[in-house]
Structure formats: structure tokens, C-alpha cells
Design a protein around this ligand. Structure first.
Ligand code: 13P
Length: 234
């Protein structure tokens, strides 16, 4: 829930003018999607939403359907961000249903998984992210699975300034990729897996150098175009 029409213009114009050294996408709050559509048209920067309904249409007041995102030309929707899971009670099944719904309308779901600090300290990281990913593996066909982006965001690292070390993040990414590989090795090898949680210009390159970390899901640092672009360049 960051941004304003005026602030977004500055941010999006700066991002749009950047050399396309990385594949960049911006996921904005719903009211600003039309602004993204207008300002990013014809640029290399893709855009999407921060959530999408699991329902196709109907009386679900306040929800936004995947078909509506598709109508505007959105490419992506985050699903299962930890803030949606914890503040809005989204279950693994809801998150999987959202991913299915997004794919039905040609939207790439960025499926977010991650453990809390208490879960990490209790040695439950793999059990938690394995369960979160497992619901998605169960709900998606192989073809659908080949079209998602997966994001590992340890809850304890989001907005806290505490980044998982590159080794900690790599270990979880390798675990997640192995879970996907148990379904299909080719899909697992091609799947983009993003790390999120206090990614900054000064830690991005090291995180992205890890073999199973293909990119980042950037929160706070995405609000400063210079930082976002520096991360993109990394
Ligand atoms: P921060 O980069 O601010 O930690 O946020 C990560 C995140 O949750 C992106 O969705």
C-alpha cells in the first residue's frame, strides 16, 4: 500500500528509461494498474497486480478477478504473499486456487512461500515451504506448473532489514526446486525462482549469484528507482 499517482509517475518513468539489462516487472496496487498500463506501454517493463481473486466472477465484493487484470493487459499477479497469508487468512488451498485462476486468464502467478522466524528456529522451514508449494503442485497441471514464477520470501526477512544469507536462501531454493523436480525435472530447471526479503543494491549480486536464485522480489528498495535499477542490474 505504497505509492500515489504523482510518485508513481516519477518511479515508473525512471524504471522505463533504464537499459533492459534484466527482466523487470512492477506489481502495483489495483487502482494504479491503469497507470502502469498507460505509462509502461511499449516499454520492456512488464507489470501486474499484488493479488487476484480465486473466484472467476460474481458476488465477491471487493475482490478483483483475473479476467479484469487480463483486460488491462497485466502480465503478473502475486499470490500468497506472506502479508495476505497472515493478515487475510489465506490458506495454502486459497493460494493454489488463485494461481490456477490467474493462469486460466493468461496471468503469470508469482507464488510466494516462506517461513516465519518461529518456524525457522523450530527447524520447520522445509516442512512449511514444502507444504505451501505442495498445495500448488497438487492443484496445477504440468503445463500450468511450467508457467508460474516461484518466490521464496522468509517472513522474518521482509521489511526487517534482515536478509537471509545467500547460503540460507540458496538452501531453501534448492529444496523448492527439488520438490518441483520430483514432478518434472525440465519444468524445475526452467522455473524462475525469486528471493525476496530485504534485497538491496549491496546484497543483490551475491544473492543472485547462487545457482538456484534466478532473481528477486523487491519490496522497500523498489520504491527508489535508483535502488530498484541497481538491483535489476545485479
Ligand atoms: P522487502 O524487500 O521490503 O523486505 O519486501 C519484500 C517483499 O515482501 C516483496 O514482496
Amino acid at each position: 500500500m505504497h505509492g500515489s499517482l504523482a510518485a508513481n509517475v516519477t518511479l515508473l518513468e525512471a524504471i522505463k528509461a533504464a537499459p533492459a539489462s534484466a527482466r523487470l516487472a512492477v506489481c502495483a496496487p489495483f487502482p494504479y494498474l491503469a497507470q502502469c498500463q498507460a505509462l509502461l506501454a511499449g516499454s520492456a517493463v512488464a507489470w501486474g497486480a499484488q493479488d487476484v481473486s480465486a473466484e472467476a466472477r460474481g458476488a465477491f465484493t471487493g475482490e478483483v478477478a483475473a479476467s479484469m487484470l487480463a483486460e488491462f493487459g497485466a502480465s503478473y499477479a502475486l499470490v500468497g504473499h506472506s502479508e495476505r497469508r497472515s493478515y487475510h487468512g489465506e490458506t495454502d488451498a486459497t493460494v493454489a486456487a488463485k494461481a490456477v485462476r490467474a493462469l486460466e486468464f493468461g496471468i503469470v502467478p508469482v507464488v510466494c512461500v516462506g517461513e516465519s522466524l518461529a518456524q525457522r528456529e523450530a527447524g520447520e522451514t522445509e516442512a512449511v515451504v514444502g507444504r505451501q508449494l505442495g498445495a500448488v503442485l497438487e492443484a496445477l497441471s504440468l503445463d500450468q506448473l511450467g508457467r508460474i514464477v516461484l518466490a521464496y520470501e522468509p517472513v522474518w526477512a521482509i521489511g526487517t532489514g534482515k536478509t537471509a544469507s545467500s547460503e540460507q536462501a540458496q538452501a531453501v531454493h534448492a529444496f523448492l526446486r527439488a520438490q518441483v523436480a520430483a514432478r518434472d525435472a525440465g519444468v524445475a530447471a526452467r522455473m524462475a525462482m525469486l528471493y525476496g526479503g530485504s534485497v538491496k543494491p549491496d546484497n543483490a549480486a551475491e544473492l543472485f549469484s547462487m545457482p538456484d536464485i534466478d532473481g528477486g522480489l523487491i519490496g522497500g528498495a523498489s520504491l527508489k528507482s535508483d535502488d530498484f535499477l541497481a538491483i535489476g542490474n545485479a
